[in-house]
Design a protein around this ligand. Sequence first.
Ligand code: PLP
Length: 430
Amino acid sequence: MPMSPAFEQRLTAVLPAVVERFGTPFHIYDAAGIGRTCEHFERAFAGIDCREYFAVKALPNPAVLRLLARHGLGFDTSSPAELTLARAAGATGRDMCFTSSNTSAAELAAALDAGAMITVDDEAVLNTLADRLTVPGELAFRVNPGRNLPGEGDHLFGDPEATKFGVPADRLTALCARARDLGVREFGLHMMVASNVLGADPLLFTLDFLLERAGEIEAATGRPVTSLNLGGGIGIPYRPQEQPFDLPAFGAAVRARLAAWGPPDRARPAIRFECGRYITGPHGALVTRVTNRMAKWRTFAGVDAGMVALMRPALYSWAYHHITAPFAEGREREVVDVVGSLPENSDRLGRDRDLPVLAEGDVLVVHDTGAHGHAMGFNYTGRGRPQELMLHPDGSVELIRRAETEQDLFATLEFAPRRLAAPSGQQVPS
Ligand SMILES: *Cc1c(COP(=O)(O)O)cnc(C)c1O
């Protein structure tokens, strides 16, 4: 179940005029759909202290971030640039989380300066805070469950003992005790073990695991754990036969677990999420036009977008984005690969797709590009990233990022030249 019928209808109604006015390719985002998902999220967790911090990396466009801020979302950031974007969208202080890895002192300083809730990913980061900056009164720790994690597969965030993320669970309590001695008065815990999951099990494991750690930490340090961040990773159905994640059922399970956690008068930690994909993924589409139909051993529809505009199919062998040809329905069909223009075989948006027989100029819609789409774009072979458009609920369409030009690509070559002189008195081998 890729793009919703409602988005498809809204998009198809305006698409000919939009293609005519703005040209292709472009990513287009459905403001109405994004708003509806924000409301759905809020309803699913009604009755508990819960907030979603949108993972800025998924769709770092200020127009989208402002829309999310209006719906009450906070922002999860992982770099100073993302903090800048979140602040530009109106976020202040604790509206922002800073969840980074291998974090430098300069980046920590930026997060402290913004007032963001910092998630420490390693003991070394706590040392940097203590030795070179300041240790905030409220501090979160990212936990790595190690062998405790049940299950395996694509949808876990890698083998826990092989990833670089998080504080090993068996060292967590000691680290929290040290942090308390350094002035931390309340703790947050963070764990993210799932990526693009359609079932709630990994997230419920995360909640159970963190609730247990919270009890241990409170007993050992005498300080409360006031927030549990269950990470992102809630998936969306990219393939037509897949069913969406059942968020209301998951919300009910979270409520039940929190209620069962000790006596009724015990304070419960706030629940946080930092989903990207779930919030905006289904509400974006990449619109591209056929440049060449090529019949070789396979048949190819060459299009004017490719991995520069949407990296996921090239990066992950299992990634799938549904592709439709809204104005070519009714024609005979054939099986084609949809390819871009890079000198790379992986530059293929879709493989073995059953589509109407396409001709030059036909419009294709690549579904579910609203998260980790444009954001992962790049410039290899000098092809700029495409424009981004916003489809507003009234049917108007706004350009919210222009396409990159050659000047953009060459901008970093224009600067005051600098040259470090060769060391004097040294023989340079020739
Ligand atoms: C990437 C990432 C997210 C967002 O992931 P989604 O799959 O878009 O929900 C959230 N938190 C962290 C730490 C991440 O690395």
